[in-house]
Design a binder for this molecule. Structure first.
Ligand code: 0A1
Ligand code: ZN
Length: 867
């Protein structure tokens, strides 16, 4: 090979939905025995295998990073020359139609830094098998359409691992020789291998109990390290609420005697719905008022619910293949969103969910990795746990719910669960069940599953002779591999308001043509039109609404989402022109200023949390998403300018708002949290005035706070401002919280998100901090993830932010490719940036692409970004 070999990087293989084939063999019974040891864990797997259909093909099992010890068929050892082994598989050419296969392998959980398969976290053993981690434990048909009944025996030293857990119900346990002990588990519900789990270690638990609607008692346990055990009560209460909600709203009952949750420090995602044994990132279990914010409490509530809801939407009825991921994820996210909406403020939940969709999903749709909620192909499935599959998937289910109505939707889900219980099915099976139960034709609606991209809806209105005509036009931009999209079927929620604020009409428009007109008759005078109420479809609206109409809706709409959205539009009308002119239009500014004032002086604000959201300018990332070319410096400059002026001009109102909401008047937790949100929004603006008195106010709040919400809000406002004692404050926070990893993550993230070009230097220091490590995903996300989302700090004219990110992606790829690939995606949208940012981003992507040893995860993202 030449010394300067610049040959093209290795190609990944692509898997296509259209090539799906049923498995050649089925496995109905799995017996596993684990003898745990950090560097050489023995796994003995006994499988009942049957040929699926008439063929004479070989049995090819998946397996990665396994040391094969032995193979036996029907108790007869298979010689090494009778099978073929590769890095990825074990092939047994001539096998009987029905047989027992015993395979022994050895694995090294201590060396497993990818956190997929069996690994160690804080000295304990745990597993992560979705999507393809089970093949890193033993050779198997590691695909979701092979469902088996599992029996698991775990053997481990009793002193180091007093707790031994697996899926299903406990069967037996006992002591062995040499300080060992064992436990046996049985899961009666057939499941795919991705739902397998094992946990072993020195863990404490809290316990509770739930009686199901048919009167069965379920033991509930949450396990974690002893240091965290007093922070699990909120998660337990959330679990019980989720169980009751799923019975009430979907008629779904839990189906084992025991429900175990384990919280670990090192986890690639949020949590995992393994049957009867959920494994969680500590971030989504632990909460107490000293260390968790109100937002953290809500996140725990929703993730606990999400994993619990998977017991039916995912586990009892599972996916045929990974292209169907949204079958379980879109539906389960919709279910957890509705659960949270029922529990708290529905409007705020909707606003926050739309913000997430716009910040992450719209970006995917406009980038090189754009895919439909049911992708057609992938190289690395781990790259497809995306905002599109999850959040847009949930929006698609939400539209079905709206088009069918709650009752028909529920009849449809009942039919779906009844017909497909115990099976691995497709999104088509789901849609068809809804169709059968409701009689609604969803032929056109199915395009949401196959077409990528965010539709753009143009709205025009005409009024004359008491008739309002609304003209809607839809289009959808081309995405990689997809051009000339066909019209979608979507519900557009509309309401008409009279000049004195009365709601005249509220209606769901069934919009399914490229262009369509809707008539409203017998109107006494021209109404104000509210379109896309509740954000009834995941689209971008192009609607030249007058500012007067927006102000009318802010005042009179009863849908909190539209009130908030109208305020966002007023803000965008102030920000967007200034991005090119560099000047704030005084009238546009005045309108926002006056609207803020009116909101803050409203004696009866309907919902304080909605108000807090309305007093927040559109995030920089959303302004970037809407721009035809992204100029990060211009966006930051204009946005900062607006904040500073609003802060100064409205100081007395922010101060009053702060004072009014700084008392603990309310008794219920939800109103208290809403007051805190509003008060801390006011505090943010007060600090932005740069006045010493407000620095002092925030510093006082930081030191005197009785909860992390208030403490962190004050800390964030000060650290991200020009506060002169910033360094001392950062040290104080560190000294106080250095032993609480989840709080320390916030400390890292808030600094990495500092909206200034200074962020790079600080991030370089943070990366060398003794508490920084590349082996913990939460810590990596807190520094590198937070930094890559920092528009002002990451995007620099010299491109040094990009270079730093790529340096670390290269290092991290050797340790944890899944997390490395997620970090690279922040460079995906390089084409949308102005120069020199675009070229600098591309240069760094090209440098990354030249690394010869990239994982398939990073390779897929970088090659698609450059193509
Ligand atoms: N199914 C989980 C998400 C999840 C996916 C992959 C994982 O490891 C690579 C872990 C968790 C959920 O939706 O909660
Ligand atoms: Zn999920």
């Amino acid at each position: 090979m030449l010394e300067n070999d610049v040959s093209a990087p290795a190609m990944n293989t692509t898997i296509y939905l259209k090539e799906y084939q049923v498995p050649d063999f089925l496995i109905s019974q799995v017996d596993l025995e684990f003898v745990l040891s950090p560097d050489n864990t023995r796994v003995k797997s006994r499988l009942k295998v049957t040929r699926n259909g008439a063929h004479d093909r070989a049995l090819t099992l998946c397996g990665e990073k396994l040391t094969l010890i032995s193979v036996a068929i029907n108790d007869e050892s298979v010689a090494a020359d009778a099978y073929e082994q590769t890095d990825m598989s074990l092939k047994l050419p001539a096998v009987p139609n029905e047989f027992e296969l015993v395979i022994e392998t050895e694995i090294a959980p201590q060396q497993n830094t990818e956190l997929s398969g069996l690994y160690r976290s804080s000295g304990n053993y745990c597993t992560q098998c979705e999507a393809e981690g089970f093949r890193r434990i033993t050779y198997f048909l590691d695909r979701p359409d092979v469902l088996a009944e599992y029996r698991v025996r775990i053997v481990a030293p009793k002193a180091a691992c007093p707790v031994l857990l697996s899926n299903g119900n406990p069967v037996a346990q006992g002591d062995g020789p040499d300080g060992l002990h064992w436990a046996q588990w049985h899961d009666p519900h057939p499941k795919p291998s991705y739902l397998f789990a094992l946990v072993a270690g020195d863990l404490q638990f809290i316990e509770d109990q739930f009686t199901t609607m048919s009167g069965r008692d379920v033991a509930l346990k949450i396990y974690t390290q002893s240091a965290y055990i007093n922070k699990c009560a909120h998660a337990m209460a959330s679990l019980k609420r989720s169980m009751a909600w799923d019975e009430r709203v979907y008629g779904r009952e839990y189906d084992l005697d025991i429900y175990n949750i384990v919280a670990v420090d090192d986890f690639n995602m949020g949590a995992m719905e393994n049957k009867g044994l959920n494994v969680f990132n500590t971030k989504y279990v632990l909460a107490d008022t000293d260390t968790a914010t109100d937002a953290d409490y809500e996140a725990v509530e929703s993730v606990i619910a999400h994993e619990y809801f998977h017991n039916w939407s995912g586990n009892r009825v599972t996916c045929r293949d990974w292209f169907q991921l949204s079958l379980k994820e879109g539906f389960t996210v919709f279910r957890d969103q509705e659960y949270s909406a029922d529990l708290g403020s529905r409007a705020v939940k909707r606003i926050q969910d739309v913000q997430v969709l716009r910040a992450f999903q719209f970006k995917e749709d406009s980038g090189p990795m754009a895919h439909p909620i049911r992708p057609d192909s992938y190289q690395e499935i781990n790259n497809f746990y995306t905002a599109t599959v999850y959040q847009k998937g949930a929006e698609v289910i939400r539209m079905l719910h709206r088009l069918l109505g709650a009752d028909a939707f529920r009849r449809g889900t009942d039919l779906y669960f009844a017909d497909f219980d115990g099976q691995a099915v497709t999104t088509e099976d789901f849609v068809h069940a809804l169709e059968r139960a409701s009689g609604v034709d969803l032929t056109q609606f199915r395009r949401w599953y196959s077409q990528a991209g965010t539709p753009i809806i143009k709205v025009e209105q005409h009024f004359g002779d008491g008739v309002l005509t609304l003209s809607l036009q839809q289009s959808c931009p081309d995405t990689p591999g997809q051009t000339d999209k066909l019209p979608f079927h979507m519900p557009i929620e509309v309401a008409l308001f009279s000049p004195d604020g009365k709601k005249l009409v509220a209606q769901t428009l069934s919009f399914n043509q490229a262009e369509q007109q809707f008539r409203f008759d017998n109107l006494a005078c021209k109404p104000v039109v509210s379109v896309l109420r509740y954000f009834s479809a995941p689209v971008k609206l192009e609607y030249k609404q007058s500012n007067a109409d927006r102000l009318h809706l802010i005042k009179y709409e009863d849908d909190g989402f539209v009130r908030w959205e109208s305020m966002q539009q007023l803000c965008l009308a102030m920000i967007q022109p200034a991005l090119t002119t560099g000047e704030l239009d005084p009238r546009a500014y005045q309108r926002v200023r006056d609207a803020f004032e009116a909101l803050m002086t409203d004696p009866n604000p309907s919902d304080k949390a909605v108000l807090a959201e309305m007093l927040t300018l559109p995030p920089a990332a959303y302004i970037a998403e809407l721009a035809s070319r992204v100029d990060p410096a211009a966006i930051s400059a204009v946005r900062d300018r607006c904040i500073e002026r609003l802060a100064k001009d409205l100081e007395k109102y922010f101060h009053a708002l702060y004072a009014d909401n700084n008392t603990a008047l309310d008794t219920d937790a939800q109103s208290l949290a809403a007051r805190r949100m509003l008060k801390n929004r006011a505090l943010f603006y007060l600090v932005e005035t740069g006045q010493t008195a407000y620095y002092a106010l925030a510093s006082h709040q930081y030191h005197a706070a009785s909860n992390m919400t208030d403490r962190l809000a004050a800390f964030t406002a000060l650290v991200q401002s020009h506060y002169p004692d910033r360094d001392a404050l950062i040290s104080d926070f560190y000294e106080t919280w250095q032993h609480e990893p989840l709080v320390l993550d916030k400390w890292f993230a808030i600094q990495a998100m500092r909206p200034s070009s200074e962020a790079l230097r600080e991030v370089e220091d943070l990366l060398h901090h003794s508490d920084f490590t590349l082996t913990n995903p939460n810590r990596v996300r807190s520094v590198l993830g937070a930094f890559s989302g920092n528009l002002a700090g990451f995007h620099r004219l010299d491109g040094k932010g990009y270079a730093l990110l790529v340096d670390y992606v290269i290092k991290l790829d050797q340790i944890n490719p899944q997390i490395a690939a997620r970090l690279v995606s922040s460079l995906n949208s390089w084409r949308r940036f102005t120069e020199p940012y675009a070229s600098r981003m591309r240069t760094e992507l090209a440098r990354l692409n030249m690394v010869s040893q990239l994982s398939s995860d990073v390779r897929e993202v970088v090659s698609k970004a450059l193509s």
